[in-house]
Design a protein around this ligand. Structure first.
Ligand SMILES: Cc1ncc(COP(=O)(O)O)c(C=O)c1O
Length: 459
């Protein structure tokens, strides 16, 4: 498939339009650079995007082409690229130190802001990334419960550490039945024995509750995104029941809010739907565009991450949790500036994003419906995915089976033709830097791209 795609006129057109990007990419490859920014973790770099600068909702590439960005760094940039409030905070913080590995003002201010506003957050520990946050949360859950097994949902992505790289949304084969999925490793390089400790559950499916009950004695935790934008449906009743079942079964519930944290309201899904997990993981928005993550949770659970001060004692009772840059002074200053802005402006930011997201998806869906284009935009408010599908899918398996993946992959290249940068097969995001007129441009670009794709015979 990839070879065929390379020869398509749209790709050839972009190779000319982004000639300097292509040359710079070739130079990097020759030098031995493996950059997931240009190569992608799974996605083929037909025409890599290499930028000169980014500001607000716009990117300028090496060739001088300007694009409205809806990749938005895969989620952190809710205020846009380089918002003044964050840039100023970073400039001030770097004059105080770049990495200190002792306590500092911003670590405290950011942690307190989160603890004061997130329902399950009685204590917080910083990490460097979302991946580290889910890894750390799982370790804490295991140590606290004295159990080794964990459960995640089929199609759920929680980063790149081995425990969660099972049956994610990375094109992994599906095995077992819809009600009893079997775990499948997402990538080489992960030991098969992970499948003995990571169980896979079916999402939005009552069968998941029986699997949890049956395995309750061995299960430390269940981890999921409460309202994943990559997940086609928001199912609050399922979440509510999951909370009840995990409580009754004495299994910890972890919400992975690395993407959704601070995106649809300040207190996250647990506040919005009043469903309080035992622990939550954050990343992306909380770092203000710099590398940062955090685990929060119940006071008693988080105790296993607090050292006694005696290494011999800690070896038996505490998880080893340090990171040279976890809670870095500049990252925390950026994160605090961004979250503080969101907190102070939550009455305008979230309604604005909701309105513009609704306007964008509504207009594009309407266009697709009227023109019989098999296209669906799914997700939540300012974070959504698009798929080429006839009907709304009932579950992830149906989505993966029915979606036209080649068209899905190529949409981003057609969008580039029309001045928009979006990731190839990934969630897209709006920010408050996307003004109503930018959203109008986005609507126009989606319509034009779908029209071009029809002309080119994709549906
Ligand atoms: C739900 C979820 N959890 C965890 C992660 C991992 O975060 P990071 O990329 O910061 O390691 C991601 C990344 O996209 C994510 O979407």
């Amino acid at each position: 498939m990839l070879e065929e795609v390379k020869e398509l006129p749209i790709i050839q057109e972009l190779i000319v339009k982004q000639k300097k990007c292509m040359e710079a990419h070739a130079e990097r490859q020759k030098a031995g650079v493996i950059s997931w920014f240009t190569e992608g973790p799974r996605h083929s770099p037909f025409v890599p995007m290499i930028i000169k600068k980014a500001k607000g909702c716009r990117l300028v590439d090496l060739d001088g082409n300007e694009f409205i960005d809806i990749a938005m760094s895969y989620g952190p940039l809710i205020l846009g690229h380089g918002p003044d409030v964050v840039v100023k905070a970073v400039q001030e913080a770097v004059t105080l130190g770049t990495s200190v590995v002792v306590g500092h003002e911003f670590e405290y201010k950011l942690a307190k802001l989160i603890i004061d506003n997130v329902a399950c957050a009685e204590r917080l520990q910083f990490t460097n990334s979302g991946t580290e946050a889910t890894m750390q949360a799982i370790k804490i859950a295991r140590a606290f419960m004295g159990r080794e097994k964990i459960a995640k949902f089929e199609g759920g992505y929680h980063g790149t550490h081995p425990d969660v790289m099972v049956s994610s949304n990375l094109g992994t084969e599906r095995r077992g039945t819809k009600d009893r999925p079997e775990g499948v490793l997402d990538t080489p390089g992960i030991c098969k024995h992970i499948l003995n400790t990571t169980m896979v559950l079916p999402r939005d499916n009552e069968a998941a509750f029986n699997i949890i009950r049956e395995n309750a004695r061995d299960l430390a935790c269940v981890i999921l995104e409460p309202m994943g934008p990559g997940w086609p449906k928001l199912n609050i009743e399922f979440l509510r029941k999951l909370r009840q079942v995990t409580k009754e079964a004495n299994v910890l519930l972890i919400f992975d809010e690395v993407v959704t944290g601070f995106r649809t309201c300040f207190g996250g899904a647990q506040d919005r739907w009043d469903i309080v997990p035992d622990m939550t993981t954050f990343g992306k928005i909380m770092g203000g565009g710099l590398p940062l993550g955090a685990v929060v949770g119940r006071h008693d659970i988080m105790e296993v991450a607090v050292t006694t001060g005696d290494p011999r004692e800690d070896v038996n009772t505490k998880i080893h949790s340090v990171g040279t840059n976890a809670g870095n002074i500049v990252s925390c200053a950026a994160g605090y500036a961004q979250l503080n802005y969101l907190k102070e402006n939550q009455g305008t930011v979230y309604p604005y994003l909701r309105e513009q997201g609704g306007r964008l998806t509504g207009a594009v869906q309407e266009f697709a419906r009227k023109n019989n284009v098999p296209f669906r935009m799914m997700g939540f408010e300012s974070a959504f995915v698009s798929h080429f599908l006839e009907d709304d899918p009932e579950d992830m398996r149906q989505l993966e089976k029915n979606a036209n993946m080649v068209a899905g992959k190529l949409l981003s290249y057609y969008m580039r033709r029309h001045g928009v940068h979006m990731p190839d097969s990934h969630v897209v995001f709006l920010s408050i830097a996307h003004k109503p007129e930018d959203v109008d441009t986005l609507i126009g670009a989606f319509k034009a791209s779908l029209t071009d794709m029809r002309k080119d015979g994709f549906f």
